[in-house]
Ligand binder design. Structure first.
Ligand code: HEC
Length: 477
């Protein structure tokens, strides 16, 4: 009896669906992104209409007419506007009409109930439809790749390293590769783990062409969501202390904040004019700071994406600290509400968002501003070139330079800097485990160097080259 019923149900299902349902993600969203979102997005929303997320597509514009009515193409203003014979009002406006096939897909999607087949209704359509499936990584690398991103896997001796369309994970004790995680962008610029190690967030892409922020489930090693897709590479990442939010910065100066639980975009903003190179959340989760190659550091409200303050200390016309210095790294203090920012120039700058806002007040309080000006503290780092990364561990700042040197700086500015490791070779990145016991630099040559963070003694080094690496070498520095 049960079997007969099962057979009956499956036959009924097959009969009621002669052709597969239209997929919003695969069939409809790409049309909307390509033909409509340019005029109906967040910043430009002509006619008061937005077609940038699934949810927004349903909301009426200035006409007040229902844009999409599930099951009723004739009641959907959107379909009326893409099919009308009146050229002046037809969408896409002042452009060629959609093809009969495209109109057919949109009509069937509405007829079939205008559903979202996968993903989140508040995710940008561009991310929903545009996330690429990436080519497989080569089994063996013919030459080492420059290390452009590094991060310790929480509570372990392993380190995640940027690879070619993948992140490779290495045991820092043996120097052996222990895992590969693929389906990632070509060029990886930032890696962050949630504190429990269950998720890995990866930012990367190809400059001027494609950028992606992906979340990987570390149990399966599979991509669970693509939080953001842009037409320029993603450069930097930060997670909030409670791991609720992730922030990403792109080469086109966009900063985005995502909800890591709902796996959706919260906001996207562009208030700078060059690469976003350093991001950090304040301990209380209120602010995210974004450092840029344009010499500014912006303080943004996590809740709204509104600009709270601009810190302009890396661009001074007069005085001892004058110069125009691109910013490559920014982080919040773990105890006070202060922020640190660094890049080119001889100093790490320590400043406070509230005071930076007061100092930048309107021209009316010029006198008051002068009185408050200069709250920033300049901490000399002793490195010979730009600071590319900073870490705060054991009450000290560890700064690494573009030449692989490492310096220890007192965040209070009371104790002079100490150069832990002098210049070695060109390096973009460094990483420290949570306990601060070690510091690892990643070089252009693909070499990882592991140092004891108190003595500066080199513990080991190896080349992170999948299929070729021979593990730990015993040669000296
Ligand atoms: C070149 C800019 C442009 C493009 C591209 C464009 N639109 Fe429009 N759209 C407009 C303007 C302008 C209006 C306001 C009404 C008008 O001027 O006709 C509008 C109005 C609308 C409205 C009515 C909103 C309301 O309730 O008042 C809908 C729905 C709409 N567009 C859908 C689309 C869709 C779907 C596409 C893609 C197939 C699209 N538009 C592409 C410019 C554009």
């Amino acid at each position: 009896m049960l079997n007969i019923l099962t057979v009956f149900i499956s036959v009924a299902v097959v009969q009621s669906a002669p052709t597969a349902a239209v997929s919003f993600v695969k069939d409809v969203a790409p049309i909307i992104v390509r033909r409509c979102t340019g005029c109906h997005g967040e910043k430009i929303n002509l006619g008061g209409y937005r077609a940038d997320t699934f949810r927004n597509m349903f909301k009426p514009g200035v006409s007040g007419l229902t844009s999409v009515e599930p099951g009723r193409p004739e009641g959907s203003n959107l379909l009326r506007l893409v099919t009308t014979k009146i050229e002046q009002v037809r969408m896409p406006k002042s452009d060629s009409a959609l093809t009969t096939t495209q109109v057919g897909l949109i009509k069937r999607w509405i007829l079939e109930g205008a559903k979202l087949d996968s993903g989140n209704p508040n995710t940008l359509l561009r991310s929903l439809a545009g996330a690429r499936v990436h080519p497989a990584a080569p089994t063996s690398y013919s030459k080492p790749l420059p290390v452009t991103a590094l991060s310790f896997v929480p509570n372990s001796n392993s380190i995640a390293v940027s690879g070619y369309n993948e992140v490779t994970i290495w045991d820092t004790v043996t120097g052996k590769m222990i895992r590969r995680i693929g389906n990632l962008p070509h060029w990886i610029k930032a890696i962050q783990f949630t504190k429990d190690g269950s998720k890995m967030v990866v930012a990367g892409g190809t400059p001027g062409e494609y950028g992606e922020v992906a979340v990987i489930d570390m149990v399966s090693g599979k991509r669970m969501a693509v939080l953001g897709v842009m037409s320029d590479a993603a450069f930097s990442l930060a997670l909030s202390a409670d791991n609720r939010y992730a922030a990403a910065g792109f080469a086109d100066a966009t900063v985005q904040v995502y909800d890591l639980q709902k796996l959706e975009l919260r906001w996207s903003t562009r208030v700078q004019s060059d690469w976003i190179t350093g991001l950090s959340f304040s301990k209380d989760g209120r602010f995210v700071v974004s450092g840029s190659r344009d010499t500014t550091v912006k303080v943004l409200e996590v809740a709204t994406g509104e600009l709270f303050a601009t810190y302009a200390g890396h661009n001074r016309q007069i005085g001892k600290y004058r110069g125009q210095f691109p910013v490559f790294s920014a982080m919040f203090d773990s105890t006070s509400g202060d922020a640190f920012s660094a890049g080119a120039g001889e100093w790490i700058q320590r400043w406070n968002p509230e005071k930076a806002k007061a100092e930048a007040g309107d021209a009316g309080d010029m006198e008051e501003r002068f009185a408050k000006a200069g709250h920033a503290r300049y901490l000399e780092h002793g490195l010979l070139d730009a600071v590319y990364s900073m870490h705060l561990r054991n009450g000290k700042i560890y700064a690494t330079s573009l030449q692989g040197a490492i310096s220890i700086i007192d965040p209070q500015g009371m104790v002079p800097f100490r150069v832990l490791v002098p210049t070695v070779e060109s390096s973009f990145v460094s990483a420290m485990p949570e306990d601060g016991s070690k510091i690892v630099t990643g070089a252009f040559s693909g070499t990882l160097r592991i140092y004891d963070s108190s003595s500066g003694a080199r513990i080991s080094q190896f080349v992170a080259q999948p299929g070729q690496s021979t593990g730990i070498k015993t040669t000296r520095r």
